[in-house]
Write a protein that binds this ligand. Structure first.
Ligand SMILES: [Zn+2]
Length: 480
């Protein structure tokens, strides 16, 4: 019998628990147990009595936190992990939107999604919004959903198709049929509609918003992306009454205060992908500005074509970018920041409860009785970075990394234990991804493949220097 057979109670003993509740609190519970029965957290407290058949996991010396939630990840692109490390957003658009995105077959979407889903679980990301904009046929969409259902995490399929205007693909009968067949209201696979609003004054996206409204699906949209989406898109959505509390604005990195006011007033949230915004050029990672408007934030990593699929990196990058901007703004005024505005516990909240809120899920992102049992134990006895843990939130945000994820529980089921995934066929996932890479590479041809990965470097000149080079060190030595 599998020690971690589904349905068996689990008790995490003696960890330091970060309950992330009540909202905004820095509460930490030392030497605390967490009892899981069924798909829920049954109790949180010291030395809990547990059912006789409960699996006991020693959490001492570790941190127990809610499973992390990523609200925007193009999972299909994980088959090309790291390929675009040196891209700008323009190069990404050309590669995926214009030139090669069409080469992805349903099995390639399946391969990317499967690997991305496994990768998320391994890193303690228990819920992912699959911002799936490569669904150019419903066969692709079925493949995406099949892959998500094959890996025991929690997902939201955000259905999108970059090869057609949103008004077209959302009106297609086969799309309606897909929704009827696959969107069952189940707890493990949610549904959103994903498209961008380009700012055309005639608002051609209107029918797609109407479909989303009729289906009761939230819209997620790349907003405030330099050169692609702007304040005009936000204004059009607002004027036509399509900004709702469920709407997720991804990036929102190059928007005016007016757009932030509209988002704040309509209750939506912003998904910040700091690693992405820093490299690709959507705009400066916006948390430093968004915080001033009181808009809820969640974190995301965008795509493994460039970045890391774990939210430790996202938390770290977000703290760094926010503080960097705060210092820079102060220095421009001749001032000095003496107290950081953004704290470590805040980014941990964004990575957990913030994501849950964005998805309208009060039962996720917290460690408290009655909540869904999506849990992460951060503990690594073999790591010199695992102690001392003096500041648990600071430890999660700046010290911990994916290799420190010891145990992951999703919906009451242990999916990773002692740093090993359980019941996941990594070899099969690898074989699928290898076939996808081979298909793309052979269809594109070696030259295009290499050129796509290695964009030209703009010429840069070393500046003229008014000082003449002098080797001070050898001069000094000579004098001695
Ligand atoms: Zn994106």
């Amino acid at each position: 019998m599998n020690e971690f057979e589904a349905g068996r109670p689990v008790v995490l003993r003696g960890g330091t628990v970060l309950p992330m509740s009540p909202r905004g609190s820095r509460r930490v519970l030392p030497r605390t147990d967490v009892l899981v029965t069924g798909d829920r957290i049954a109790a949180v407290g010291p030395e809990l009595a547990a059912p006789e058949d409960a699996v006991v996991i020693d959490a001492s010396g570790g941190l127990v936190m809610p499973g992390m939630i990523d609200t925007h990840r193009h999972m299909w692109q994980t088959a090309l992990r790291g390929y675009g490390a040196d891209w700008t957003l323009t190069q990404y658009f050309v590669w995926f939107y214009l030139e090669h995105g069409k080469l992805f077959r349903p099995e390639d979407i399946h391969a990317g999604n499967t690997l991305a889903a496994i990768e998320a679980l391994d890193a303690g990301v228990t819920t992912v919004v699959d911002w799936s904009h490569g669904l150019r046929t419903v066969d692709h969409a079925d493949a995406a959903a099949d892959a998500l259902e094959s890996v025991p995490g929690r997902y939201v399929l955000a259905y999108g198709n970059i090869q057609q205007p949103p008004a077209e693909w959302t009106a297609a009968p086969e799309f309606r049929d897909f929704v009827r067949r696959r969107v069952t209201g189940g707890d493990m696979l949610g549904f959103q509609i994903a498209f961008d609003v380009l700012g055309d004054p005639s608002f051609p996206e209107r029918p797609a918003f109407e479909v989303a409204r009729e289906l009761g699906a939230a819209v997620t949209t790349h907003a405030g992306v330099w050169g692609a989406t702007s304040d005009d898109g936000i204004r059009l959505m607002h004027e036509h009454g399509f900004m709702t509390p469920e709407t997720i604005y991804v990036h929102a990195a190059s928007l005016s205060a007016d757009s932030y006011h509209r988002i704040a007033a309509t209750g939506g949230s912003i998904s910040v992908s700091t690693e992405s915004e820093q490299s690709a050029g959507q705009g400066y990672p916006p948390t430093w500005a968004v915080r001033a408007h009181g808009i809820p934030v969640s974190l995301s990593m965008d795509t493994s074509v460039w970045w890391s699929g774990d939210l430790f990196s996202a938390m770290r990058a977000t703290l760094g970018a926010d503080r960097s901007r705060e210092h820079l703004e102060a220095h421009a005024k001749g001032e000095t920041v003496t107290h950081c505005g953004l704290r470590a516990d805040q980014v941990v909240e964004w990575a957990t409860r913030g994501g849950a809120r964005a998805l309208g899920r009060d039962d996720l992102g917290v460690v408290e009785p009655g909540a869904k049992a999506d849990l992460v134990l951060v503990k690594n006895e073999h790591s010199p970075v695992s102690f001392p843990i003096l500041n648990p939130f600071g430890h999660v945000a700046f010290q911990a990394q994916r290799g420190d994820v010891h145990t992951v529980i999703v919906n009451g089921r242990v999916v990773k234990h002692e740093h090993r995934l359980l019941g996941v066929d990594l070899a099969a996932a690898r074989a699928r991804v290898e076939r996808t890479v081979e298909h793309l590479r052979s269809t594109m041809g070696d030259e295009a493949w290499e050129k796509g990965m290695n964009p030209d470097i703009p010429s840069a000149k070393v500046l003229d220097n008014p000082y003449t080079y002098t080797d001070y060190r050898s001069d000094a030595t000579h004098r001695l």
